[in-house]
Design a protein around this ligand. Structure first.
Ligand code: PMP
Length: 361
């Protein structure tokens, strides 16, 4: 007998219950081979088939063109903050970054170890609650690449459009938005994401990179960070995070079964819209982000009377609505609504919020 809560964590985050059930049923004996996926050699035929199928399903879901590699790596999105300049500078010395919040800033800080960073927009912004129009961006046509963060997980600022960087390869940290909707991969030079939000368990990092951008890593690049070496080794230059890879594969199958990314986009938009509607229509709650760039995935909000926050959180917890505390840097509340958060969970949260406001307001 299990008793599951609605978990609004920003990551590691809720996983589809059907996926966890399948993993549980296959835990001791994966499809008659007499062992767990965790116990298999990554070079054995069983795991190699699991790995290949997961890659194919991800390619199908996102429509990844043939001339892109899909890598299954480790080190988190944070590892890629350095992996990207090490691989993509390709003899250049400059890169563009857009600053839309905390994760952009971390990417920028790491990149400055490797190159001259031009913050093309947001250099003076402490915590932007909007995204500057492209006419305000000061992009450098000579940059080796241009990096942005499509969804800022902490502040809940999300791009609902794809920047046009001309011939400069566009690089996107999609950690908290990948698979939430269809995307046109061909608009990007590189997409990366830590798995622990919309893909699977922590420990796996996905990199999708256009073929012509790899093969020119800085000479001192550690081999495991070299996209070309990893691509040539099918992401198995060393032992990959096998169980996370397998579980991500189950999530990809589940997504296909749900109707793919069009269906997820429809559901995710509906979930976010109804939560923002409650926040906007009740003076008890507020969200400071420009409505044009509010995140579908991470919805931060504060109470009109901040002294009630602790009571809100503890009563929510008692009602089976967990991990709603906002990031320590901003406080307040944050509800993360990744693919695996059922609409019923959002409905329950909304009911709770309305009831709490009635009682305390
Ligand atoms: N980028 C974004 C947008 C994130 O949300 C996070 C994690 N919250 C990171 C990067 C860092 O990811 P990791 O912990 O996988 O290094």
């Amino acid at each position: 007998m299990t008793s599951r809560v609605y978990n609004f964590s920003a990551g590691p985050a809720v996983l589809p219950e059907a996926v966890l059930e399948q993993a549980a049923s296959e835990m001791l004996d994966w499809r008659g081979c007499g062992m767990s996926v965790m116990e298999m050699s990554h070079r054995g035929k069983e795991f190699v088939s699991i790995a290949a199928e997961a890659e194919q399903d991800l390619r199908d879901l996102l429509g990844v063109p043939q001339h892109y590699k899909v890598l299954f790596l480790q080190g988190g999105a944070t590892g890629q903050f350095s992996g990207i300049p090490m691989n993509l500078l390709r003899g250049g010395e400059r890169a563009d970054y857009i600053n839309t919040g905390s994760w952009s800033k971390k990417a920028i800080k790491e990149a400055t170890k490797y190159c001259q960073v031009n913050v093309a927009w947001g250099a003076d912004e402490e915590t932007p609650m909007h995204i500057g129009a492209p006419s305000e961006w000061r992009l450098d046509p000579q940059a080796s690449y241009a990096h942005y963060t499509p969804n800022e997980t902490i502040s809940g600022v999300e791009f609902h459009w794809v920047p046009d960087t001309g011939g400069v390869p566009l690089v996107a940290d999609m950690s908290s938005t990948i698979l939430s909707r269809p995307i046109d991969v061909s608009r990007y030079g590189l997409i990366y994401a830590g798995a622990q939000k919309n893909i699977g368990p922590a420990g796996l990092t996905i990199v999708i990179v256009r073929d012509d951008l790899i093969g020119g890593a800085l000479p001192q690049t550690p081999s495991v960070w070299d996209y070309k070496l990893q691509a040539d080794a099918d992401s198995m230059l060393n032992t990959p995070p096998t169980f996370s890879w397998y579980l991500a594969g189950l999530v990809f199958k589940w997504l296909k079964h749900q109707g793919g990314l069009e269906a997820m986009a429809e559901l995710n938009k509906r979930k976010a819209d109804k939560l923002y509607a409650v926040i906007d229509n009740n003076p008890f709650y507020s969200n400071p982000v420009d409505p044009a760039c509010r995140s579908w995935m991470n919805v931060p909000f504060v109470l009109a009377d901040g002294r009630l926050s602790e009571t809100f959180l503890s009563e929510a917890e008692a009602a089976g609505l967990t991990t709603l505390k906002g990031h320590r840097s901003v406080g307040g509340m944050r509800a993360s609504l990744y693919n695996a958060m059922p609409e019923a969970g959002v409905d329950r949260l909304i009911e709770f919020m309305q009831d709490f406001a009635r009682r305390q307001g």
